[in-house]
Design a protein around this ligand. Sequence first.
Ligand code: GLU
Length: 462
Amino acid sequence: MVRTRFAPSPTGYLHIGGARTALYSWAYARKHKGTFILRVEDTDLERSTEESVQAILDGMDWLGLGYDEGPFYQMQRMERYKAVLQQLLDEGKAYHCYASREELDKLREEQQAAGLKPRYDRRWRDSKATPPVGVQPVIRFKNPLDGAVVIDDMVKGRVVVSNGELDDLIIARSDGTPTYNFCVVIDDWDMNITHVIRGDDHLNNTPRQINILKALNAPLPQYAHVPMILGHDGERLSKRHGAVSVMQYLEDGYLPEALLNYLARLGWAHGDEEVFDLDQFVEWFDLDSISKSPAKFNPEKLLWLNQQYLKKTDSKRLSELVLPFLETDCCDPETGPRMEEVIDLLKERVNTVEELADAAVYFYRPLTPSPELMAEHLTPEIIPAVREFQEKLGLVEWNKPSINSLMKSVVAEHGLKFPKLAMPLRLLVTGETQTPSVDAVLELIGREETLKRISAHMKSFA
Ligand code: GLU
C-alpha cells in the first residue's frame, strides 16, 4: 500500500517548488490508490509561524490537493521522539557528546590547517571519560564507520555515499529537543511512509536518515528526489523571479487547475502533452518520468495555460471568481448586465480572472475616456453621425442585430466607414477603444445606460 507525504516547514508561504512536490506526492498516492499525508515540520521554533501553517493549509486547499491523514504537527510528537532518543541511547546506538563550541571550533581550525575536511572526530563516541560538570550534552547518532549507503533513488538512479563521509550527526540539542533529520526519520517510520518524494536539496540528508532507520530496524522507504526549479536566469527560483507564493496566483487571477497543470509539466512529461486535467495526470504520472535535470520556471507558459483553462471554464464559475475582483474595482454587479453574459463576451480575450474583471468594469460603471482619444475619434465630421445614432437608438429593438443595422444605416447616410462610428461609440460608452464588437457591448450595457453615457459626453459638443 503506497503511503506518501508532503512535509513542509511552516517558515513562509506555500511556494511553487513546495506545491510541485505536494502535487507529485499526492498524484503518486492517488495513482496507486494509496494514502497521502500532510505533515507540518514545525520544530524550528524561531522560524515557524502560525500564519505560515495557515498559508500552507490554504494553499493546499486552493489547489485541491486533499490529504487523507493529517495535518500532523511535529511539535505535538515530542514525547515520541524523546522516547526513541532514549531507546537509541539505551541500545548504545547514540551517545552523549559534551564537546563545547570552543573545542569544536578549535578542532575545525586544526583540521582545516591540516588540509582535512572538517568533521566531528567522534571524541565522545566510545569515551569512558567522566563528563564535565555543568555541561548539557547533545546526543549524537553512531553512524556506521564502514561500508556505504546505497540509495536507489527513483529519479536520480543509484547514489552511493561512503559512511566515511558522514560524521556522527547531532540528533538532539543540548536542551533535549530532537533535530530536524531525526524527527523526519521517526515520522516517516511511524507514518509507514513507503515513498519519500521531495526536493533534491534533501538528497544529502538521505544517507543519514537511512542509517538512523537501519539502526531502528525500521523498513526503508523508497526515495524520489525531484530536481529544483530554476528561474529564467538559471538561478534557483526565488522572489526575484516574480510570484513564488501559490496564493499570489489566486490574487493574480490564475485558476488552480492551470497552475497544477503547469506544475505537473514542470520537470515531468508525457510525450508532448501540454494541457491535461488532474485525472489524466494521475493516470500518466510516474516517478521515473520525472526529469533528472532542473526545470526552468516560465511565467509566459503558465499565463498561456491559464488562458486555455479560462476559455474552457464555465461562465457561472468564472462569475463567482471574478466577483471579488470587481468589488475591488468598485463595481456592483447587481446594477448592470448579468455577469455570465459579460463573461461569455470577454473570456476568450483575457489571460487571467483579474484581466477579466478589468475588462468587465465598464459594464458596471462608466469610465472616462481620455481627452486625447476623444479628440482623435470625435472629429467634427463624425459628430453628426453620433448624434443621429443617439437620437435613433430609442427607436430600434435593443439587440445586437438591430443595433448593428442602425449603425450601418447611420454610416451609410453620412458616407462614412463602419469603424468611424464604431470607435467613437465605443469610447463614449465604455471609455475604451479595445472592446468586443460594439453592438454586442451596447446590447449588454442596455439601451438606457447607453443613452445616458452617450448624452453625458455629447453635451460638450452642443
Ligand atoms: N520540511 C522539509 C522542507 O520543507 C521537507 C522534508 C522532507 O520532505 O523530508 O524542506
